[in-house]
Design a protein around this ligand. Structure first.
Ligand SMILES: [Fe+2]
Ligand SMILES: [Fe+2]
Length: 532
């Protein structure tokens, strides 16, 4: 898999001045829960992103220049303005929790452009095991400069956060405090369990702690969850066609359940996307796109409740296809120009159908975007073509990647043979920055692996194996966890052993390696059965 190139995409350094849109003492006067408070919180979040951006610039610039150098003036001045604005009521807390950035208690949502900056700060905080930085009104220009200089002069491999804190005190840095990192449970045991929601009999224990820790149980729960999502999309599509009232509750619950399972075991859930039921392409495709989008959005840092909204939007991205006659949709031969015209209309038709659905008072913007934008492409080379300038939403960009990946790896009606997952990734990388958002595409590879889940590989033992899970360690991305499915003679093996390709022998050499990727079409193996 050496031919996949993942290029580092330089992200423009943002040096925007802060936008100061509210009176400084205003926050004390606005009631919690009011609309004005929401607006204020949104503004604080925007300022929070700017703070992170400037902190990143400050640290990077401090690696090159002395603390008094004028190159530091701009980030320092901007940070001071931000702190003076935001720390009016109480010290400003920038926190890191489970690799997500928070401003106080609010999650700082970043878009794809801001992701590189956020990741860079997250990495710095992680290296030092810093759980939070507090800025108070006492902070001055010299403090910020000294603080940044400390960060880059001390070696985190030889120093601890305590050393850093001691230095902060001994150098009289005022107004800046550090908090330790604490390991926090993402999901405390009081939440509903995946198994009980999915109808599995292995329900939660009386203490409410999830009881899906064994692999087998989790697989069953995941499979049931997948089926439930599929069922809900089926009944909703039917209801939409017949003009009935549509309730998204069931679908949303099913998606929520899948998200729960995914947070424990992403690979098992993504393994389900290799399920290919040919005549039900559209339903399976919608569920797969939903799962792949959720996994990608999770890497982007979407909070859990937004993951469910995105998953739901993804589930209905192809709703417009219900306007295409089945003879066209299932046509075995080539599409005519007229057929293509119908196909190209499905994103717009989708928006119309969704907005006509009874049960919606308001079409959620994310759902409209999912349908309307998923074939547009990053460079607008796709469809629909627009006469007016358009900015693609993050949802649309995520969907484009998940949709293309699933469509190409599936055996679909108008593409008789599915492409192997790695070939599809290669093809997608050749369009990085054109059809696809390059940063998102890189994150997507982290989800499915550089040799994606469901790929067939030949080991050096001449055994054939299927990829179950990407390697946890990115440095060993080409060494996934696999399961042997055929012996060296090519005879299929039941319950073949799992091989962790990162495993080393006594001499420190890798025990096994992949000698070649095998095209899934070369062997008529249905790899999905290894995930169910
Ligand atoms: Fe589509
Ligand atoms: Fe699609």
């Amino acid at each position: 898999m050496n031919d996949i190139k993942i290029n580092e995409t330089p992200v423009a350094e943002e040096q925007a001045q802060p936008i100061l849109t509210h009176e400084r003492s205003l926050s004390r006067k606005i009631a919690h829960g009011s609309e004005a408070r929401d607006i204020l919180d949104q503004q604080m979040a925007i300022l929070g992103i700017q703070l992170v951006t400037q902190l990143n610039v400050l640290i990077k610039t401090s690696r090159i220049y002395e603390r008094t150098n004028s190159a530091l003036d701009k980030p320092v001045d901007t940070m001071l303005t931000l702190i003076k604005t935001m720390a009016q009521d109480q010290p400003l807390r920038l926190r890191l929790q489970n690799d997500f950035l928070f401003l106080g208690d609010s999650h700082l949502k970043v878009n794809a452009q801001q992701m590189a900056v956020a990741t860079s700060i997250i990495d710095v905080l992680n290296v030092w095991k810093i759980g939070g930085i507090t800025f108070s009104l006492a902070v001055e220009s010299k403090d910020l400069r000294e603080f940044a200089a400390l960060f880059v002069s001390l070696d985190p491999a030889k120093n601890t956060i305590e050393d850093l804190q001691k230095e902060i005190i001994s150098r009289n840095v005022a107004g800046i405090g550090l908090e330790d990192q604490r390991e926090l449970q993402i999901r405390p045991g009081t939440e509903a369990t995946a198994s009980s929601q999915s109808g599995d009999t292995n329900s939660a224990g009386s203490d409410g702690v999830k009881n899906v820790d064994s692999k087998g149980q989790r697989k069953i729960a995941a499979k049931n969850g997948y089926v439930k999502v599929g069922e809900s999309v089926g009944s909703l599509t039917k209801a939409a066609r017949e003009g009935g009232t549509v309730s998204f509750k069931q679908a949303k619950r099913a998606i929520q359940n899948i998200i729960d399972i995914m947070q424990d075991d992403e690979a098992t859930v993504l393994g389900l996307t290799t399920l290919r039921c040919h005549d039900e392409y559209t339903h399976n495709h919608s569920v797969n796109v939903s799962l792949l989008s959720i996994a990608l959005a999770n890497r982007v840092g979407y909070p859990k409740v937004e993951l469910a909204d995105l998953g739901l939007a993804a589930l209905f991205h192809d709703m417009g296809k219900s306007t295409i006659p089945l003879e066209v949709l299932n046509k075995p031969g080539e599409f005519t120009d007229d057929d293509w015209m119908l196909m190209r209309n499905h994103p717009t038709e989708g928006v119309l159908i969704l907005s006509r659905m009874r049960g919606f008072t308001n079409l959620p913007g994310r759902m409209a975007a999912a349908s309307f934008e998923h074939h547009m492409n990053q460079d607008f080379s796709g469809y629909p073509k627009l006469a007016v300038p358009w900015t693609l939403s993050l949802t649309g960009r995520i969907l484009t990647i998940a949709d293309c990946y699933d469509a190409m790896t599936s055996s679909r009606v108008y593409r008789r043979e599915p492409m192997s997952p790695s070939k599809v990734l290669n093809m997608m990388f050749s369009k990085s920055g054109k059809a696809f958002d390059p940063v998102l595409l890189k994150l997507f590879v982290n989800c499915v692996g550089i040799i994606p889940i469901g790929s067939l590989v030949m080991l050096e033992t001449n055994e054939l194996a299927v990829v179950l899970k990407p390697a946890a360690d990115k440095a060993n991305a080409e060494r996934p966890l696999v399961r042997v499915i055929a012996d060296p003679q090519g005879d299929s093996v039941e319950h073949g052993r799992e091989v962790d390709l990162t495993e080393k022998d006594e001499t420190g050499e890798f025990r096994h390696h992949i000698i070649r990727l095998v095209d899934n079409t070369e062997y008529k193996f249905d790899t999905s059965r290894y995930f169910t």
